[in-house]
Design a protein around this ligand. Structure first.
Ligand code: PLP
Length: 369
């Protein structure tokens, strides 16, 4: 099959720049931006996006796991990289590749300290994670005193940053809760501020926080989903452009008659004559089976077409009865002009999950014009 006609994920760096500008326009000029590139930069390509973001002026990058940070370092990324969920098993890599851990537990903090001491490493930067209501990871207020005690070897550990995470910054109806998180975070900053060597980098906002809560801006923000063109609320999506477009060619077209079925378990049965297009991507490429049987909508020559029958491992079928098309024509699963929200017509999931699930089997094509 012709190269351009493979199933592919096109990554548009111009759209990334647009989204970056939108984010910047919500911030004070001096506020630092951390670009979150975990999970292959939300399913795109962490090295390409990480480098593009460095060029755009982000001060930090962030990933979830140490291995993801190592990948960036090996590709030549020089800026500080925060690891949200460092695992003790990979501590040697953390040190070797100069990655900055998020510290959210005494267990990790003590092991890190001991390790640094043993190796004679000084001034090792860490960011302290505070729980302000998400109840996922982070120190609670009653632990602050003990945390200070653990940080007392200031020669070894350098408290460089402090942060927390908002649970519902995209939900206007949770404003009161979000404001309480902001307040708790500011209290924690006061407690630890005196403890930092130099200016403590404070950060609380994710994308929705950036777009909705100017009062939570602090010294740095962590931009994730908005960079990739989505938000958590229609008002947020509106300003942004999806950077990734998932496309596939029609592998085969056929007409079926009334009573004929499509795919495994015969989940689709034609009520009348239908034209069915088979696309070369399936659940192994990241299109979940839950999008079968009309739950997923694709776009072709300006028209929409529903997925019919069950999604297969490597293929799926769409109903293109009313669309003038031929084999080889390009179908947009989701992306620019037909977003992940348009694809997921019954909102069975969220754009975060749809875009991060595109598997590594799908070629990534970078577009920069
Ligand atoms: C993923 C993540 C972010 C980015 O959130 P978005 O909603 O994608 O902007 C920020 N902070 C932490 C701790 C995260 O895990």
């Amino acid at each position: 099959m012709h190269k351009a006609l493979e199933t592919r994920l096109e990554i548009n760096l111009k759209a990334l720049k647009h989204n970056f500008k939108v984010i910047k326009s919500h911030l004070k000029a001096e506020t630092k931006i951390m670009g979150v590139v975990k999970a292959f930069a939300y399913g795109s390509d962490s090295v390409i996006i990480g480098k593009a973001l460095q060029d755009l002026g982000v001060k930090y990058l962030a990933v979830a796991y140490i291995e993801e940070g190592v990948r960036l370092r090996k590709a030549g990324v020089k800026c500080p990289i925060l690891i949200f969920y460092p695992q003790l098993e990979e501590l040697s890599q953390l040190l070797e590749f100069e990655l900055t851990p998020s510290v959210y537990s005494f267990h990790f903090l003590k092991s890190l300290h001991q390790n640094l001491k043993q190796q004679g490493i000084k001034d090792f930067p860490i960011h302290l994670k505070i729980n302000t209501g998400m109840n996922r990871l982070g120190f609670d207020e009653h632990q602050f005193q003990d945390v200070k005690t653990c940080l007392s070897d200031r020669e070894t550990l350098k408290l460089k940053g402090i942060f927390s995470h908002l649970s519902a910054a995209g939900m206007p109806e949770e404003k009161k809760f979000t404001l309480s998180q902001i307040k708790r975070f500011k209290t924690a900053v006061k407690v630890f501020e005196a403890y930092a060597h130099e200016d403590l980098i404070t950060h609380l906002c994710n994308s929705s926080g950036i777009l909705n809560y100017a009062e939570a801006e602090m010294g740095m923000v962590r931009a994730g989903i908005a960079l990739y063109g989505y938000g958590n609320h229609p008002a947020e999506h509106k300003m942004l452009k999806p950077i990734a477009s998932l496309k596939a060619p029609i592998a085969q077209l056929r007409w079926i008659e009334k009573g004929d079925s499509v795919g495994y378990d015969r989940k689709f049965k034609a009520q009348n004559k239908r034209q069915i297009a088979t696309l070369p991507l399936g659940y192994a490429d990241g299109i979940s089976r839950m999008y079968g049987n009309g739950n997923g909508i694709v776009k072709l020559h300006g028209n929409t077409a529903p997925i019919v029958g069950n999604v297969c491992m490597d293929t799926l079928m769409v109903d293109v009865t009313d669309i003038d098309c031929k084999e080889g024509d390009e179908v947009l699963i989701f992306g620019e002009g037909h977003t992940a929200l348009d694809f997921d017509i019954n909102q069975l999931s969220i754009p975060y999950e749809l875009i991060t699930r595109i598997s590594q089997r799908v070629s990534r094509i970078i577009i920069d014009n």
